[in-house]
Design a binder for this molecule. Structure first.
Ligand SMILES: [Cu+2]
Length: 324
């Protein structure tokens, strides 16, 4: 294979306030002159996210505002940072590659300080556009606005990298950074299963949705904008008994990422829900992790719940349909 020495940079200028009523804008642009002929991202895929994210924002924004500790009043516009993703060469399926995400402030200066959220300075969620692939990693802060990490992506096709961070003095942000893995993408569309009980490794997980104001847990189809309790109930596959060794993960009972299925994923497709505190190990529901979630739009969502079972991370994924 020919050595690829030129660096290509996919520049995504994305700022998304996920707080109450914060002014939001999101645009994408390619940096002129930095994308060589073999660049992996077509300009056409870069310019169509502003309106959808505006439209999607209200619901997820109000949802997040319940979870995030920020002191924004409605209508206040927070200063927004921009994120830029760089990879040094085309990305091939299954091959490890380093990536860099640079965060700059509104004046174009590197952001020097970030606040820790859920034990990390940056959470990076990588999904394939068809939502079949999911990865949650934590880039290392190298100083001067720069985060670095290496990963490998399994198949050719389009991916979206959601970087989730809070610059000191700015609002908590999620930016969507597109990345293409070269080759012929699979043409088979992934299966969408609405099953509520699935087995992941040695753990069987049941997902249930309920009205947060009543104790009864009944199968519910969530309604747009209405808060629902999302409960993951973990049992040992071999014994069928509730797991007894759930531990906090990233400082809470678990981690839940939700993405709305759409032809073009944007930062507005992303909902990061925080877990309610774990029940004590002796209580009857110590095998359950609860999240409060409001789905911003009708449609299909994929949920990835991550839990620590005695230090082993269980990733469980489910599809949920939300009616208007
Ligand atoms: Cu994380």
């Amino acid at each position: 294979m020919a050595k690829v020495s030129s660096k290509f940079v996919v520049s995504v200028v994305a700022g998304l306030g996920i707080l109450t009523g914060g002014g939001i804008w999101l645009s994408r642009s390619l940096m002129p002159g930095t994308v060589p002929a073999q660049a992996q991202v077509e300009p056409t895929s870069q310019s169509n996210s502003a309106m959808p994210s505006m439209m999607h924002h209200n619901g997820s924004g109000s949802n997040m505002s319940n979870m995030e500790q920020d002191n924004m009043s409605p209508g206040q516009t927070a200063p927004q940072a921009t994120a830029q993703l760089s990879v040094k060469a085309p990305v091939f399926p299954g091959q490890s590659f380093p990536l860099t995400i640079n965060i700059k402030d509104t004046r174009g200066q590197p952001v020097k300080a970030f606040e820790i959220t859920q034990e990390k300075l940056m959470h990076l969620i990588i999904v394939s556009d068809d939502l079949s692939f999911f990865e949650h990693i934590h880039p290392t802060f190298a100083g001067n606005g720069k985060f670095e990490v290496s990963t490998a992506l399994p198949q050719a096709g389009q991916y979206e990298l959601f970087s989730d961070f809070k610059p000191t003095g700015m609002s908590h942000q999620v930016t969507a950074l597109p990345l293409k893995v070269v080759g012929n993408p699979s043409t088979t569309s992934p299966q969408v299963s609405l099953a509520r009980t699935k087995t992941f490794g040695t753990t069987t997980v049941n997902l249930s949705l309920s009205n947060p104001t009543s104790k009864s847990v009944e199968p519910t189809m969530p309604v747009v904008g209405k808060e629902v309790m999302v409960t993951f109930d973990l049992k040992d596959k071999a014994t069928g008994r509730p797991v007894s060794n759930l531990q906090p993960y990233l400082g809470t009972g678990g981690h839940l990422v939700i993405l709305r299925q759409s032809p073009q994923l944007t930062a507005a497709s992303y909902i990061h829900a925080h877990a309610l505190p774990l029940a004590s190990a002796t209580s009857s529901d110590s095998s359950q992790v609860n999240f409060l979630v409001a789905f911003p739009q009708a449609g299909r969502y994929k949920l990835w719940g991550q839990f620590s079972r005695g230090g082993q991370i269980v990733i469980s994924d489910f599809w949920v349909e939300v009616k208007a």
